[in-house]
Design a protein around this ligand. Structure first.
Ligand code: SAM
Length: 291
């Protein structure tokens, strides 16, 4: 479609018209390939019953493709220079609301009350600003929003950490933090050439589906996450050494020993080999330790 924002010529035209240059500090890399944007919208199965939250609409390229399929789009943009641009580029679409806010500071409780009253299916779609990929995902997961799924563009390397399985190089506390809440799948990869300006990494689209319940039931969630993080502090060390260090109390060594005996987890293994279920077992056995 000639009217689409996401063509190289149309994007250039818009940037020139508003005398704009991409702000590196805000992670601004605009997509100039309509097919990729359509694929993102398709991956999220957006339809007329779907309400979409977008992070960082930029000049509206992705927002436009979402708006064509969705019931409604709420797009949070931090850069005030883009507000009048978006007003202009998205004027053909009456189902788009631009909210001038830092996504990390949104009060989702009142947002929900104000805008999501009759929402049946809620998805988050974004070409994320790469400098805050993980904080944004965690912020959305931990918010009170009932998101059905998220389809997010991020650095390829971060995407592989999110979906990583045990005993791989990319597996770590981030993999577990996400997989505790979401089913993770890399949908497709995206070359750096479809952005303006081009970033110096390739990207991937990841699909996160909210799990009905976590893959493991634990007695104390904060403790579970603490143990997971502590187990990866020194990747090359055994889980025993990492946890002993976290306990930093000689007297607790005996408790740690007893905790391991209550599980099938061998304390000489490395954290990177433990499944999420095994971390759950360990956390429950350690529930009386003061970690
Ligand atoms: N959606 C557009 C596209 O795909 O072409 C732009 C994506 S660009 C990678 C990231 C966008 O996120 C930019 O528009 C940037 O200004 C915005 N952004 C950066 N930090 C933000 C924050 N904390 N809250 C909301 N938006 C932010």
């Amino acid at each position: 479609n000639q009217q689409d924002i996401a063509t190289p010529s149309h994007t250039n035209e818009i940037l020139n018209k508003y005398n704009l240059s991409a702000k590196k500090s805000l992670g601004q890399n605009f997509i100039i390939d309509t097919n990729i944007l359509r694929n993102i919208v398709k991956t999220a199965a957006v339809d007329e019953k779907t309400t979409v939250i977008e992070v960082g609409p930029g000049i509206g390229a992705l927002t436009e493709q979402i708006a064509k399929e969705a019931k409604e789009v709420f797009a949070f943009e931090i850069d005030d220079r883009l507000l009048s641009v978006l007003d202009d580029t998205l004027s053909p679409y009456d189902n788009v609301t631009i909210l001038h806010q830092d996504i990390l500071k949104v009060d989702f409780e009142s947002f929900k009350e104000q805008y999501l009253e009759d929402t049946t299916r809620l998805v988050v779609i974004a070409n994320l600003p790469y400098y805050i990929t993980t904080p944004i995902i965690m912020h959305l997961i931990e918010s009170s929003l009932e998101v059905d799924e998220m389809v997010l563009m991020m650095q390829k390397e971060v995407a592989s950490r999110l979906e990583a399985k045990p005993s791989t190089k990319a597996y770590g506390s981030l993999s577990i933090a996400i997989q505790y809440y979401m089913d993770v799948e890399v949908a497709f990869t995206v070359p750096r050439t479809v952005f303006m300006p081009q970033p110096n990494v390739d990207s991937a689209i990841i699909r996160l589906k909210t799990l009905k319940e976590p893959p493991v039931q634990v007695k104390n969630e904060p403790l579970f996450f603490k143990i997971v993080r502590a187990s990866f502090v020194q990747r090359r060390k055994t889980i025993w050494n990492n946890l002993k260090k976290a306990l930093d109390d000689k007297q607790k060594e005996q408790e740690l020993k007893e905790a391991f005996q209550k599980t099938n987890v061998d304390s000489s293994r490395r954290g990177e080999s433990l499944t999420i279920e095994e971390f759950g077992q360990l956390a429950d056995a350690l529930v009386t330790c003061n970690l």
